[in-house]
Structures are given as structure tokens and as C-alpha cells.
Design a protein around this ligand. Structure first.
Ligand code: ARG
Length: 520
């Protein structure tokens, strides 16, 4: 790193006449210039680009400008910087914003680069914007500020998926389908019950995301490096200007704490895991001819012309891998970090951005795939009775007629092979005979001496079998009606909560704009 390189980059900053090649070389060499934070001593060297988070910080460019503005307004209100200086800094910040992230000077991170850009415009007084703060509370504030938006987008995506699942439940309340355990036909259920099972799980994800939002939405500003400041800062004021719902009290916790990232990523990993199950089910149903994904959620083969592959759902299923990777990366980075600030924290943040982006997108895609898939009602009805799936209902019937459940289970198990064949042939008489014979051998009398034959026939029918399982939370259309209503009400309430959070953030942004315009 030569002095010539330094000079060249210095000239470049004034230079309209430099060629593109010179400008490129100078930009590369700008790692050798002193910066507002490093001065001359820590410039240059092979570790400079390794240290820098400037590229990744593009995500918090707007957040940093807001945090800077709120901080400067508070400093002026507290008499810590003169109003004229605040005005110059706020004017320069507007110019920095207009020029955009790509126009920032080199820097270790966006915080330093923005400050350098302000000092370039204002002169040494520009450096007063960093009074009574550190990049430690600053970056924590930026991450929280930006993540709030991402959490609300993720929550909205989860509500969108619930909407799709709920509309499937509403239009298929009576559609019977096979229910599987161990991937074997187990008991008939309804499409509504299946869809609600996922809707309920994703509803918990929405509420976890909103809880993560509430804990993220606290301001660390004013913590400074970790140990507070001698200046008479008003932490509540910067918190309010940024729409935070109060402050993170302990300054070291405020600067160092990243559990809000863990909570967010863990919630997203939980949701992605649920999504992977939803995708796996859908792929299985597609494979068994029970459902067809819409073409816009399918793909084809580059060699096999007849193929319509459900690739989209496979990618949704795979997203759980990204999310678990993100969570593992994040926790592993944080594990064992001493208080208060360590640069390791810089590498914790991208795990959160990557995970929230991946899971939000996968959730939106899953919502679309669920909403547009076609359920094949005849195939579903035929498959619902496969493998003598009504056997449990028959055993229940014998038990209700006074046979100890364990004997009833044994009798129906003995009838299973013959009953399965009879039912597959649509021969209910033979199925009844098989149950009668087996019950006689186990209990000493045929089933139909204890149970009304019409009731036994009904129990063997998948539609009747489902309708009879009307216990709370069961698949009977009469039982899912209440669940569908409850799910709809919770969904509406969650949409309102998200809208209220967004409104509060927008109102704070307006207040901040209004305060800033009093200076510029
Ligand atoms: N880019 C840094 C980060 O993401 C900002 C804080 C730097 N603080 C420091 N003490 N080096 O964590």
C-alpha cells in the first residue's frame, strides 16, 4: 500500500476528470485512506476487506439513517449539540440518503461510512453526530429497526398461508380422505381436518413471530459501547422517535444481546419445519393421485417430455434445511461470547437476514401452492377406505356395546385381512360376515348380536366413520365447523395486530420526518 495509492484516491475524491480505470483503481486503493474511525493508524492491510460488513450492511442503510436522525434530534433537544450543527448534519444525511448506499465511501461498516460521508460534507462538526453513542448500540438499534419490518412481513406471509389452508378447509369440510400414520392407511379423515392441522400450527408461528416482534421492538440506543455515557441522553426520546416500544434497560444487555435474533430465527426454523411436513404431505398426495399441484407450481424435465414435477414443493421442503442451518450458525456464533461486544456479532446478523428471507418466500410459495392445488374427491374417497381404515370405528362400536376395548381390538384385528379384501371389492355383506366370525371366535358371540347391523355397516363406511368422529377437534364436518370459525377469528385478529404494528411504525416515521424537517 503506497502513498501514491493514497494520493490517487485523495485526488479522486475531488476529481471530475479521472478516467473510469483510474476511478476503479482508486476505489480499490481507498482501503488505504484514513477514515473517521480508524484515522491513519489502522488504515490499509490485508485484513481491511475481511473486517468490513459494508456490503452486507446495505440491508440496514435506511435503518442507520433513521437511527442517526433520531439520535441527532435528541442530541440537539438535550443541548448536547448546537441546533445549527444538528441542522447541518441532518441536511447532509438527506444528501447521503439521496446518493444511496452504493455511493458511500469505503468503510468498515455502514455506520462509519455514513459518518465519513457526513464529515465530508459538513466538515469536522459532522463528527458530532457520534457523540454519546458507539457503533455497538448503533448497530443493535439498526438491526432491531430493520428486523421489525422483516418480522411483520414474515408474520403476514404466515397469515397468508393460513388463509390458503383455511379456504381449503372451508371448501372441503365434507371431503373425506385417507389419514396416515407411519405412511400406512390409518383412519379416514377430511381434507378440512388435514388443512386445519397445519393452519393451527402456522397460527402458533404467527403468534411466535409477533412475540418476537414485541421483544425486538425495544431500543438499545443510549447504551453506547456497553457502559452508558456521561452525556445527558434521553433514551426514551430516541426510542419513541424510532417507533420502539421502550428501551432495553441494561446498557451491556442492549449492546451485546442478540437473543432477539435467536428467537426470530428459531421461530422461522419452527415454521419452516412445519412447512416441510406440509410439502411432504402434498408431494405424497400428488404421488398417490389424490391431488394435483397447479402448473405454475410445477416444473418439467429437461429430458423426459412427459414429466410434470412438483419441484416447487420440494424446494419448500428443503427450506427447513436453510433455516436450521441459519439457526445453527447463529447459535454457534453466539455461544460462549463474553460480554459485552465482540466482532463475532457482525457475522451473527446475516444468519437472520438469510433465514427470514428464505422462510418468508417459502411460506408465500406454499400458500400459493396450497390455494391452487386440485383435490381429486373421487380418488380421495376411494383411498379413504383403503387398508380397512374404518377398523378402529368398528372396534369402538363393539366397545360401546360392552365388549372390553382390548377384546374388541383383538376381534377386529382377526377380521382385518378378510374385511380389507371384502371392502376393496365393495362387498359390505362379506365384511360384516368377517367381523361377525372373528368376534364370535374372540368374544363368543357374533358382533351383530351386540350391535345393530345397520350401525355396523355405517361404521364400515368412510363417510359415516368420519361423521361419527365428532369429538372436539375431530374430523367430522360438525366438529371442524367450530374449528374453522375459531381459526377464521384468530386469523382476522392477527391481521389486525400486524396492521396495528405497521401503523405504529409508520406514525413514528412521520414524527421523525416532522422533527427533522424542523432543522433542515
Ligand atoms: N459492523 C459492526 C457489527 O455489525 C458494527 C459494530 C462495530 N463495533 C465495534 N466495536 N467494532 O457488529
Amino acid at each position: 500500500m503506497t502513498d501514491e495509492a493514497h494520493d490517487a484516491s485523495g485526488a479522486d475524491s475531488t476529481g471530475a476528470e479521472t478516467t473510469a480505470a483510474e476511478a476503479g483503481a482508486a476505489a480499490e486503493d481507498s482501503s488505504t485512506t484514513g477514515s473517521v474511525v480508524r484515522g491513519e493508524r489502522f488504515r490499509g492491510g490485508p485484513a481491511r476487506s475481511f473486517l468490513s460488513s459494508l456490503a452486507a450492511d446495505e440491508r440496514i442503510f435506511a435503518a442507520d439513517l433513521a437511527v442517526d436522525r433520531a439520535h441527532v434530534v435528541m442530541l440537539a433537544e438535550q443541548g448536547i449539540v448546537a441546533e445549527g450543527v444538528a441542522s447541518e448534519i441532518l441536511t447532509a444525511l438527506a444528501a447521503v440518503e439521496a446518493a444511496g448506499h452504493d455511493a458511500l465511501p469505503e468503510g468498515e461498516d455502514v455506520h462509519e461510512a455514513i459518518e465519513s460521508a457526513v464529515v465530508d460534507r459538513v466538515g469536522p462538526d459532522g463528527g458530532r453526530m457520534h457523540t454519546a453513542r458507539s457503533r455497538n448500540d448503533e448497530v443493535a438499534a439498526c438491526i432491531r429497526y430493520r428486523l421489525r419490518e422483516d418480522l411483520l412481513a414474515a408474520a403476514e406471509a404466515s397469515v397468508g398461508l393460513r388463509e390458503s389452508l383455511l379456504s381449503v378447509a372451508e371448501s372441503h369440510a365434507e371431503t373425506v380422505m385417507p389419514g396416515y400414520t407411519h405412511l400406512q392407511p390409518a383412519q379416514p379423515t377430511t381434507v378440512a381436518h388435514w388443512a386445519l392441522s397445519y393452519e393451527n400450527a402456522v397460527a402458533r408461528d404467527t403468534s411466535r413471530l409477533l412475540a418476537a416482534f414485541a421483544r425486538t421492538n425495544r431500543s438499545p440506543l443510549g447504551a453506547a459501547a456497553f457502559a452508558g455515557t456521561t452525556f445527558d441522553v434521553d433514551r426514551e426520546r430516541t426510542a419513541a422517535l424510532l417507533g420502539f416500544d421502550g428501551v432495553v434497560r441494561n446498557a451491556a444487555d442492549a449492546a451485546a444481546g442478540r437473543d432477539f435474533l435467536v428467537e426470530t430465527v428459531a421461530t422461522l426454523a419452527t415454521q419452516a419445519t412445519t412447512l416441510s411436513g406440509l410439502a411432504a404431505d402434498t408431494l405424497l398426495f400428488a404421488n398417490r393421485g389424490l391431488l394435483t399441484p397447479a402448473d405454475e407450481y410445477a416444473s418439467t424435465s429437461s429430458i423426459m417430455p412427459q414429466k410434470v414435477n412438483p419441484d416447487t414443493l420440494e424446494l419448500v421442503r428443503a427450506t427447513a434445511g436453510d433455516a436450521v442451518g441459519g439457526l445453527t450458525g447463529l447459535l454457534t456464533t453466539l455461544k460462549g461470547l463474553p460480554r459485552a461486544y465482540n466482532r463475532d456479532l457482525q457475522r451473527a446478523t446475516p444468519h437472520a437476514w438469510e433465514t427470514v428471507d428464505a422462510v418468508t418466500e417459502a411460506t408465500e410459495v406454499a400458500a400459493g401452492a396450497v390455494a391452487t392445488a386440485t383435490w381429486h374427491e373421487e380418488a380421495l374417497a376411494a383411498a379413504a377406505g383403503e387398508g380397512f381404515a374404518t377398523a378402529t370405528g368398528v372396534a369402538d362400536l363393539l366397545a360401546q356395546a360392552g365388549v372390553p376395548f382390548r377384546h374388541a381390538h383383538e376381534a377386529v384385528a382377526a377380521a382385518a385381512a378378510d374385511a380389507e379384501v371384502a371392502l376393496a371389492e365393495g362387498d359390505t355383506d362379506a365384511a360384516v360376515a368377517a367381523v361377525d366370525a372373528a368376534t364370535e371366535s374372540v368374544v363368543g358371540e357374533p358382533a351383530t348380536t351386540r350391535v345393530d347391523e345397520a350401525t355396523l355397516r355405517a361404521a364400515l363406511d368412510p363417510v359415516e366413520s368420519v361423521a361419527s368422529r365428532d369429538s372436539a377437534g375431530g374430523p367430522a364436518p360438525s366438529a371442524t365447523a367450530a374449528e374453522r370459525e375459531a381459526a377464521r377469528a384468530a386469523l382476522v385478529a392477527d391481521r389486525e395486530s400486524i396492521a396495528a404494528c405497521r401503523q405504529a411504525l409508520a406514525a413514528a416515521a412521520e414524527t421523525l420526518d416532522a422533527e427533522v424537517s424542523g432543522y433542515v
